[in-house]
Design a protein around this ligand. Structure first.
Ligand code: G3P
Ligand code: MG
Length: 236
């Protein structure tokens, strides 16, 4: 199964509503999206620690209130046709995904200064407010602290661990967490690690694969879900 990375980052600005619509229009059923908190503690979609790369503003994302953030243009950097696209709230995002029947792999994006418990608390509030269906949401994070908070605050939802490690040693550390999936970096995943993951019964996802020529090798390793910027890459 193909999951659009940051919406569908090759064809629309990442982590935007336009990106989610583009993913749905291109036939995808699932998108991976990143969420962080604004200065006034509203979960929004955004990947980087600063707004510099993906908007016309400058500075740390968490130094902007929601009102200030929505004044930034989050589309023109990608292509002029997306000018006036805003950074969306998580609430707007889940509402749109619900309407379009899209599943969401929501990455809880944690940087050094992130208040992890607060971020997950605010995400959990939105998930509950929007009554997002259990089978249409997969939470994930590189942060084990975030994963533990997800298990506490959204106990019925599935959770995955994102990693770029190539040794299976980390599997001991996560044994007690009752995780659903492991999301491996396609650059570092080895057949040995893939076998260790699938043997333990986890769903195995990879990110971010944009090379159609490598798909079969990963499928042979037991990968079932591929996160890609470019859904066309999976065409034979
Ligand atoms: O969720 C998988 C992938 O998105 C992790 O890396 O940096 O693109 O968020 P990044
Ligand atoms: Mg991500």
């Amino acid at each position: 199964m193909i999951i659009g990375h940051r919406g569908v980052a090759a064809i629309a600005p990442e982590n935007t509503l336009a990106g989610i619509n583009a993913a749905a229009d291109s036939g995808l059923n699932w998108v991976e999206l990143d969420t962080q908190l604004t200065a006034d503690d509203v979960p929004v979609l955004f990947h980087d620690e600063t707004v510099d790369r993906c908007t016309d503003g400058k500075g740390r994302l968490d130094s902007f209130s929601l009102e200030q953030l929505t004044l930034l243009d989050a589309g023109a950097w990608f292509n002029e046709q997306f000018r006036d696209e805003c950074i969306p709230t998580l609430h707007q995002t889940l509402t749109l995904c619900g309407k379009r029947g899209m599943g969401v792999n929501l990455e809880i994006k944690c940087y050094e200064e992130t208040d992890v418990a607060l971020l997950v608390e605010k995400v959990a509030e939105v998930v509950k407010e929007t009554q997002f269906p259990l089978d249409q949401l997969l939470l994930s994070s590189f942060s084990l602290a975030a994963i533990k908070c997800c298990a506490e605050m959204l106990p019925d939802y599935r959770v995955g661990f994102i990693t770029d490690q190539s040794s299976p040693d980390f599997l001991c550390d996560i044994e007690d967490l009752e995780l659903f999936s492991i999301h491996c970096d396609q650059r570092t995943l080895t057949p040995e690690l893939a076998e260790a993951i699938t043997q333990k019964g986890y769903q195995l996802n990879i990110w971010t694969l944009n090379d159609a020529g490598k798909v079969q090798d990963f499928v042979d390793m037991g990968v079932t879900h591929i996160i890609t910027d470019d859904p066309e890459m999976s065409a034979p």
